[in-house]
Design a protein around this ligand. Structure first.
Ligand code: ADP
Ligand code: ZN
Length: 522
């Protein structure tokens, strides 16, 4: 139990430093738990107010609190914020020169510094370790703790070394781990790796009641996009695309259509990125068109819509990205354009991975497919993915508001199964569709003599292939941004592009022909 006097101090500091009148949700119990020196695991959605859970204890406990954070941009944001509050907070990373580094270390050793933000890579450096052993520390906060787990959406191998380093500094230091990733698998991974199986867990609901979830088929998506934004004129929004090229293309498209939009991706130089991000935060630009490189740690409360122009690679990522809408609790619209083609594209990028990695990535993708295709309440699906079950529909998603018409597809289903069976149960869905629709541009059909199968061409009048007419053919050569990394030697966070050069020429021919089939004037 925390003494009444400390509790009083905490309340006063909450108001005095942060300007908040009351704690939110479970913040107070969590903070008390940390102040009492207990290991604490906090699982709360983005925007719930996790940062305060370590920032406030750092104000009242003796010594410096260490905050392990994955991105330099994130650290900088928080340090700027704390400094504005008049708090001595610093970061230790490779962007500092020698004299700055010395100043930071002196501030910590003298006990002036309340919060020291540090990247896991810097933590492992020998001289930093020696310095940390000399310092008086209050506790360790592991922010974005899901980076520990391969099942999380931003796996960072260095995160797995944190426990060992803490043991080296002082095994008794209390740890607070924080994440917005709540899948039971990730949670267990984190606990195990940080040796926190016995810690207190605070998990709050992941339901974002003010977010409206909607998925539309990716047909005429550019026109739909422009119309959608025109209907939300002047509102702040984020549009996520898979590749840098698409980001540029959509940003120009919007600009040409009189919408104030700017691009953001890791291919831009650091200055431009910073400038565009600031323009978005300061409302000089309404829309930011971005790859996944954008968003972590961005605290813009009044983002009114998040659009996924392309499908994300996991439900987890989707939840995080849509979570940037309506952080102030007001209107937040989450729209995604979905085409199975996007899933195939994403799958291609897993080719060079190990078998296990590929299986993991595939499982995540398939969950995304199920979410996009099913006609049941989106929120119920999302929440059950995070281990929260409800027997009621939400009434505030596209499937609840406009229930999908139920159609009988018995014949189609039987035909599909027959095709799978007759082709020997070893071809992907596209190939099966090509058999059923007698797609002559798929050269594999002839080479495997699938044109001789009984089902060949039997589905010609049954299936509609939804292809985005706006799409172009060069997609395979694009640099798709799938992983964010933050090299300690880099000034800014960088993104490792996973190049895809192995697309089958057959696919291309087939794609072009489909497109020609579908050509309409647009
Ligand atoms: P998270 O890290 O969980 O995504 P943040 O710590 O960035 O969330 O907090 C989200 C927003 O909520 C911030 O703007 C923060 O200032 C605000 N906030 C946090 N705690 C409180 C509180 N007790 N009262 C009011 N606003 C709060
Ligand atoms: Zn619903």
């Amino acid at each position: 139990m925390v003494e009444a006097a400390i509790q009083q101090t905490l309340k006063e500091k909450l108001k005095e430093i942060f300007g908040f009148d009351a704690f939110r949700g479970e913040q107070e119990v969590i903070i008390n738990n940390i102040v009492s020196g207990n290991n604490t695991f906090v699982i709360m959605p983005t925007g719930a107010g996790k940062s305060l859970c370590y920032q406030l204890p750092a104000m009242v406990l003796e010594g410096t609190a260490i905050v392990i954070s994955p991105l330099i941009a994130l650290m900088k944001n928080q340090v700027d914020q704390m400094t504005a509050f008049g708090i001595n907070a610093q970061f230790l990373n490779s962007t500092l020169n020698k004299s700055e580094m010395t100043r930071v270390k002196n501030d910590v050793l003298s006990g002036e510094c309340r919060l020291l933000y540090i990247a896991p890579e810097s933590l492992t450096k020998e001289d930093n370790l020696i310095f940390l052993k000399k310092a008086k520390l209050s506790f360790i906060a592991v922010d974005e703790a899901h980076c520990i787990s391969e099942w999380g959406h931003d796996f960072r191998p260095e995160y797995r070394r944190i426990r060992g380093i803490i043991d080296d500094i002082d095994p008794k230091l209390p740890i607070i781990a924080l994440t917005a990733t709540a899948t039971p698998k990730v949670q267990q991974d984190i606990q195990k790796n940080l040796n926190m199986e016995e810690s207190y867990i605070f998990k709050s609901s992941f339901n974002r009641k003010n977010l409206y979830y909607e998925i539309r088929p990716k047909i005429d998506s550019k026109k739909q996009l422009i119309r959608y934004i025109a209907n939300n004129k002047g509102k702040s929004g984020i549009i996520y695309c898979l590749s840098r090229k698409k980001v540029e293309e959509i940003a120009s498209l919007l600009t040409v259509n009189g919408i104030k939009a700017l691009p953001y991706h890791a291919g831009l130089d650091a200055d431009t990125r910073m400038k565009n991000q600031d323009a978005f935060l300061n409302e000089e630009s309404d829309v930011i068109v971005a790859t996944i490189a954008f968003g972590m740690g961005i605290d813009k409360p009044d983002v009114r819509f998040v659009i996924h122009y392309d499908a994300p690679k996991s439900l987890e990522g989707y939840y995080q990205e849509t979570g940037r809408a309506g952080r102030d609790g007001l209107e937040g619209n989450c729209l995604m354009f979905y085409a199975y083609d996007d899933i195939l594209k994403l799958e291609k990028f897993n080719k060079d991975k190990t078998v296990t990695e590929r299986d993991n990535a595939r499982a995540l993708l398939m969950e995304m497919v199920a979410y996009s295709n099913l006609g049941v309440c989106r929120r119920r699906q999302l929440l059950s993915y995070f281990g929260e079950y409800s027997d009621k529909d939400c009434g505030f998603c596209d499937n609840c508001i406009k229930p999908t018409k139920k159609i009988k597809i018995e014949d189609e289903a039987v035909l599909g199964l027959k095709a799978i069976f007759q082709a020997g149960e070893r071809f992907d869905i596209q190939h099966i569709a090509d058999i059923l629709t007698a797609n002559t541009s798929n050269a594999y059909i002839r080479s495997h003599e699938h044109d001789k199968l009984e089902v060949y061409g039997k589905g010609k009048n049954m299936f509609v292939i939804n292809n985005d007419e706006d799409d172009d053919d060069e997609e395979d050569e694009e640099e798709i941004e799938l992983e964010i990394s933050d090299d300690d030697d880099d000034e800014e966070e960088t993104v490792k592009p996973v190049a895809a050069k192995s697309a089958k020429p057959v696919k291309k021919a087939e794609k072009t022909s489909k497109k020609n089939d579908n050509k309409k004037t647009s």
